[in-house]
Design a protein around this ligand. Structure first.
Ligand code: HC1
Length: 574
């Protein structure tokens, strides 16, 4: 370790640490804006400047390494003046319509401006870059007028997702974040994961807002509006109301949706169980009849788009199962509509998802099992938070309520879909019992749990070694698939989720500021909510969900039946 002094206090930190890291070890906070640990460590924004004894200028703490005996001051008048100038300069070319900005209240620039008392935001006003909004993509809007060029978006797109469709164009004052050749985002190989939105500190990147459509559908007496909620929403929504990361709000979520006026409040866990029935069946079929292996999961639309763009030769490995979101819509508009005597054209299916790619998924081809679109409107966890605010619902004061039946009944296996490894674990609980014909002694497949980017395990099932792998985050997916393609690794079954950590860390979840992202494992805390819900659920295997059993008995027949194929399976483009 190396010992230095920060603000007169002795601090010891490992060799190779930066000033920022050493300060954090001693609970001394230095403000940052562009810095994202291990993703964007470029010292560009200069918010983290500090004074170092003997240095000729202020240094950027996020990239400056410590050395023995160094003396650092983090809050001198000189430091504060420099940070104020940085903020004033950023504001001089910033769209300052903060009152109505989607990020007002949780914008990192706004917070710093308040903390540094920037009451002269026009101080450096001069020439402005006026940018047109890019609204071409189904899932998001890019507004460079609010961009501060921190490059967190392009870093996560390239380094974590391995996609790299946005980056800095031009130089100097003209620098802006854009696509190659200034194409519309919709024309690029953007996979709609929304990770760029999740890390954006300002309102420069945000999801397409579909909340008005939802309010209008609810208010329309001609419409029967049902809502479904993805597993991960209950592990993230509380954060939109200031609750600690890792708060389970399942009961309040159901209560809030009911108060918003939906006719029925259902749960995507129902159709996650259904997905397991179909996918386990598909897996066993491929294993027993020499089908294409490894089978790869298909519930994450960001991953699907990535596969189609970057690994088109592997689309045959994709499960033909629609995602639970889409299966839910297909069943709501067929089985449920028929049972309730509601014309399917009158039914509006809204989904609340932790994911921006779900907005894209609802418009894909072959996602209209009942002859009408499976899902009509997909909103993110954040949009639901805004709807709850707009309807003046006091979220924290809501009682816990239950989802409606029967499409609100899901098992413990289904709720863990929202964490990386969860789909694999859920599928194994069903596939192993089907293969062996015996009840599992232990339901937990802990090897596939945890937030590591790539996990693998081998299970001996009925005399066969079943090799499985799990990847989350598309760069990890790429690494895994390249090993499969080269023959370096061989698996029977692979789960891939587009977002690092799975849906709990989806691009549509409430944003946490950089300093939280850098110091707290958000993914693990949210995943814990789901694993606890699984543990406490009386039913923990998809094939034991009574609502699913009834659906097969009275409507679909067997998993993989003709009717199941018509409603619940889809196709891909190469
Ligand atoms: Fe997901 Fe899924 S787990 S993809 O992350 O398979 O979005 O939560 O709803 O569809 O169930 C997302 C989450 C979600 C689907 C399910």
């Amino acid at each position: 370790n190396i010992t230095i002094k920060i603000n007169g206090r002795e601090v010891s930190a490992p060799q190779g640490s930066t000033i920022l890291e050493a300060a954090r070890l001693a609970q001394i906070e230095i403000p940052t804006l562009c810095y994202l640990k291990e993703i964007n460590e470029i010292g560009a924004c200069r918010m983290c400047v500090v004074e170092v004894k003997g240095a000729r200028t202020l240094v950027t703490a996020c990239v400056y390494p410590i050395n023995e005996g160094m003396e650092v001051w983090t809050n001198t008048p000189k430091v504060i003046e420099s940070r104020r100038k940085t903020l004033q300069l950023l504001l001089s070319n910033h769209d300052r319509k903060c009152l109505s900005c989607v990020r007002s209240g949780n914008c990192e620039l706004q917070t710093l401006c308040r903390e540094y008392k920037i009451d002269d935001e026009a101080y450096y006003d001069g020439e402005r870059n006026g940018y047109e909004l890019d609204t071409s993509a189904a899932h998001m809007v890019r507004d460079n007028n609010k961009c501060i060029l921190c490059r967190r978006c392009s870093a996560i797109c390239e380094k974590v997702q391995g996609v790299g469709v946005i980056g800095a164009n031009e130089r100097g004052f003209k620098t802006y974040i854009g696509t190659a050749f200034d194409m519309d985002l919709a024309e690029t190989s953007c996979v709609s994961c929304g990770q760029c939105i999740a890390v954006c500190p300002t309102g420069a990147l945000y999801e397409k807002d579909n909340t008005e459509e939802v309010f209008a559908a609810i208010a329309d007496p001609e419409k029967y509006v049902v809502v479904q909620c993805a597993p991960a929403v209950r592990a993230g929504l509380g954060e939109a109301f200031g609750m600690p990361i890792g708060t389970d709000v399942e009961g309040k979520l159901a209560a809030a949706l009911r108060r918003l006026g939906f006719d029925k409040v259902f749960d995507t866990t129902f159709s996650a169980d259904l997905t397991i029935m179909e996918e386990a069946n598909e897996f066993l079929d491929r294993v027993q009849n020499g089908g294409v292996l490894p089978l790869i999961t298909s519930c994450s639309p960001g991953w699907i788009k990535y596969c189609e763009h970057y690994f088109p030769e592997m689309t045959e490995n994709l499960s033909s199962c629609k995602s639970p979101q889409q299966m839910f819509g297909a069943i709501a508009k067929s089985y449920y509509a028929e049972k309730m005597g509601i014309p399917k054209e009158k039914m509006v299916v809204v989904s609340v998802m932790p994911c921006t790619a779900k907005k894209f998924e609802i418009g894909r081809d072959d996602e209209n099992g009942a002859g009408v679109p499976d899902v009509d409107i997909a909103i993110t966890t954040r949009e639901l938070g805004r709807m709850i605010e707009r309807a003046s619902i006091r979220f924290a004061d809501l009682p816990d309520e239950e989802f409606d039946m029967p499409l609100g009944l899901g098992t413990g296996a289904a709720v863990i879909f929202g964490a990386t490894g969860g789909v694999m674990e859920a599928a194994l609980r069903t596939a192993v019992e089907k293969l062996t014909g015996e009840e599992l002694a232990k339901l937990e497949f802990t090897d596939v749990r945890g937030i590591e980017g790539i996990k693998e395990a081998t299970y001996n099932v009925a005399g066969m070694d079943v090799k499985v792998a799990v990847a989350s985050g598309l760069k990890n997916a790429k690494e895994l698939l390249n090993k499969v393609k080269s023959g370096e690794a061989e698996y029977h079954f692979i789960e891939i989720m587009g977002c690092p950590g799975g849906c709990v860390n989806g691009g549509g979840q409430p944003q946490q500021p950089g300093y939280v992202r850098n110091t707290v494992d958000i993914r693990a805390k949210r995943a814990e909510v789901l694993y606890n819900l699984d543990k406490n659920n009386k039913i923990r295997k998809s094939h034991e969900n009574p609502a699913i059993i009834e659906l097969y008995d009275t409507y679909l027949g067997e998993p993989g039946s003709h009717k199941a194929h018509e409603l619940l399976h889809t196709t891909y483009v190469k």
